[in-house]
Design a protein around this ligand. Structure first.
Ligand code: IPD
Length: 262
């Protein structure tokens, strides 16, 4: 069942990626700001989301859609969770780390996910129970890596108060791990865990459109994806790593109360 959803999601994510590559001007302009002056939207975030929504509606008119730019429409059992450009700041600056992220949820469970890291031409896919894939290769996350040798990806929110706390938490984490990476696209960070390019990921503040597709890719590659104290991945904190490292990272983070804002 999830294969049909995955094929459609992949086709749409590829088409949106091609449109974005073709239309991205050398210096994209900021159209509007959202939660803070640094939380930006470009015309192409909106155009890509409109394209994705139109394609979903053509194929599956009764499904609900949650999109970063357009919010929720519809209320079907099947919900598409869309980030038209995850990593908008990278897109703005021409850095090669932004992605089109599309997940399909049925009765509240994500069953298919596609993350198209467009500038690199890498399309990560996963279907529930059927594995995670990149260019025909099955993905497996790194296992058996202890915290002190782990390369950990993270990200930051846009609001200054939240960033102040994220900085405090980061100061504790960076002292305990191999190193930190801040790629700028949460969806791509989760796929990097799946591909073994980093060992783990954590972030305070990602939304469902940031982690739904990449979270399935990571989980299908063997990683554990969740929040603090047994919760599922959520905007309070989303964590991802192979079992063992996940628990070590969790136990490092939990006492730091990373879900708070200043
Ligand atoms: C952002 C990116 C970033 C993460 C932020 C997200 P956007 O998404 O995923 O890596 O740190 O939390 O908001 O705004 O570029 O779609």
């Amino acid at each position: 069942m999830s294969t049909g959803y995955l094929e459609l999601a992949e086709r749409i994510a590829r088409e949106a990626g091609e449109m974005l590559l073709a239309k991205r001007p050398a210096r994209p302009e900021v159209l509007a700001t959202k939660s803070s002056p640094t939380d930006v939207v470009t015309a192409l975030d909106r155009a890509a989301e409109e394209l994705i929504r139109a394609r979903i509606r053509e194929a599956r008119p009764d499904d609900a859609i949650l999109g970063e730019e357009g919010g929720t429409t519809g209320d079907g059992r099947v919900r598409w969770i869309v980030d038209p450009i995850d990593g908008t700041v990278n897109f703005l600056y021409g850095l090669p780390e932004w992605s089109v992220s599309i997940a399909v949820e049925v009765d509240g469970e994500v069953v298919a996910g596609v993350v198209n890291v467009v500038p690199r031409g890498e399309v990560f896919t996963a279907a529930k129970g059927e594995g995670a894939w990149l260019a025909g290769e099955r993905l497996r996350c790194n296992t058996g890596v202890p915290l002190e040798r782990a390369l950990i990806a993270t990200g930051f929110g846009y609001e200054p108060g939240r960033r102040a706390v994220q900085g405090e938490v980061l100061a504790h984490v960076v002292a305990r791990v191999r190193d930190i990476r801040r790629g700028g696209s949460a969806a791509s960070d989760l796929c990097a865990v799946a591909a073994g390019r980093v060992d783990g990921y954590y972030e305070r503040g990602p939304q469902a459109w940031d982690y739904a597709a990449g979270g399935l890719v990571a989980a299908e590659a063997g990683a554990r994806v969740g929040g603090l104290h047994g919760k599922p991945a959520n905007p309070g904190l989303t964590l991802c790593a192979a079992p063992g490292l996940f628990e070590e990272l969790h136990d490092l983070l939990a006492p730091l109360n990373p879900e708070r804002d200043a």
